[in-house]
Design a protein around this ligand. Structure first.
Ligand SMILES: *Cc1c(COP(=O)(O)O)cnc(C)c1O
Length: 352
């Protein structure tokens, strides 16, 4: 694939303190256009800046937007690496297929990501737990208001140096089980990373925040009975020694961290079940003391222990509000591989 590079003449000064998340952006961005007749064309890396779009552009009216999230990590030897980027590429295409946006050949999308990180590699921070967060995204870009299949699209990649998720240590989070709103149903877009899923989640998220909870835990959209996932993380429970996580039913996001956790857990000898898990079964396990650990898993936090659950007007505490042994093991193993501190026997990392 031909990628033109136009370098900035005004590089920004790189902030090294208080990076936060998604607030600072690098010097460049990747852009590529799509037209049904021409296919993908004009892949380019240009100075970072605002995007000018026609006010009738599809994305503003009918929500055709999908995205991905992955990180570039700086190893102790200074080299930069990505974690299972091909999985993000595959999921982006799966999201595109569902939303009616164009797919891109896997090797081309991977090449775009790798080339972009190569250009921006000085922006990959080196502090403990820090990384360069990469945000590929795609929008429908037809310039008319008719509701039609999408003929034009634009693919972008932007990058943001981000601080450690755990600046104050790994503290368990408080999660509210949402009983009113639903995020997704089978046959809908729940398994895609599309902006619309997040729009549908805003109201419940705000309610949870007002009550002092970090995120919402969603139940299935039909029976409101089965556990699905947390805001932007998949969820896992250790019940009586067995790891239980909701199966991928079509309404849950197939997380790359989820998939990696399952592989690592199985290899460590744990029994892992991907199945339906009702909120009743979870509460029964809480009451009988067999719910030993609970955690969310996603690229941003890697794993995030759940210390408290709110459901039906009651608050339940898990594992004395402390991080559990398995959660800690997963955190150490995955972050070890991602930052190149331990050997990557899985061949999950890709060096720049
Ligand atoms: C991105 C995301 C996840 C986590 O996926 P990873 O690939 O592990 O980062 C989980 N749930 C939702 C809704 C997401 O958007």
């Amino acid at each position: 694939m031909d990628i033109k590079i136009e370098r900035t003449t005004a590089p920004k000064e790189k902030q090294t303190e208080n990076l936060g998340f998604g607030k600072i952006f690098t010097d460049h961005m990747f852009i590529m256009n799509y037209n049904r007749e021409k296919g993908w064309y004009n892949g380019r890396i240009v100075p970072f800046g605002s995007i000018e779009l026609h006010p009738a552009t599809t994305v503003f009216h009918y929500g055709a937007e999908i995205f991905e999230g992955l990180k570039a990590y700086r190893r102790a030897d200074g080299k930069v690496q990505l974690f299972r980027p091909i999985e993000n590429v595959k999921r982006m295409n799966s999201s595109a297929e569902r939303i009616g946006l164009p797919q891109m050949p896997e090797q081309d999308m991977l090449e775009a990501i790798l080339k972009f990180v190569e250009v921006e590699q000085d922006w990959v921070p080196s502090g403990e737990g820090e990384s360069l967060y990469l945000r590929p995204f795609m929008i429908g870009a037809d310039e008319h208001l008719g509701v039609h299949s999408i003929e034009n699209a634009i693919f972008y990649i932007i990058a943001s140096p981000s601080g450690s998720y755990y600046t104050e240590g790994i503290n368990p989070v408080k999660i509210m089980i949402e009983e009113e709103d639903v995020r997704a149903v089978r046959g809908g877009t729940g398994y895609t990373k599309c902006g619309g899923n997040y729009a549908a989640a805003n109201r419940a998220g705000e309610r949870a925040e007002k009550k002092g909870y970090t995120q919402v835990l969603w139940l299935d959209g039909v029976e409101r009975k089965y556990i699905e996932e947390v805001g932007a993380m998949n969820v896992m429970f250790k019940i009586d020694g067995t790891i239980v996580t909701p199966m991928l039913s079509g309404s849950i996001l197939p997380g790359i961290t989820r998939k990696s956790c399952i592989e690592v857990l199985k290899d460590a000898g744990y029994k892992v079940e991907e199945r339906l898990l009702s909120v009743d079964e979870l509460l029964a396990a809480l009451q009988s003391g067999t719910l030993e650990e609970a955690w969310g898993c996603g690229t941003a936090a890697v794993v995030s222990p759940i210390g408290q659950l709110y459901y039906g007007g009651q608050t339940y505490t898990i594992n004395d509000n402390k991080i559990g042994k398995v959660t800690q093991e997963l955190y150490d193993k995955l972050t070890g591989i991602q930052w190149g501190k331990i050997e990557d026997n899985y061949k999950w990392t890709v060096q720049i």
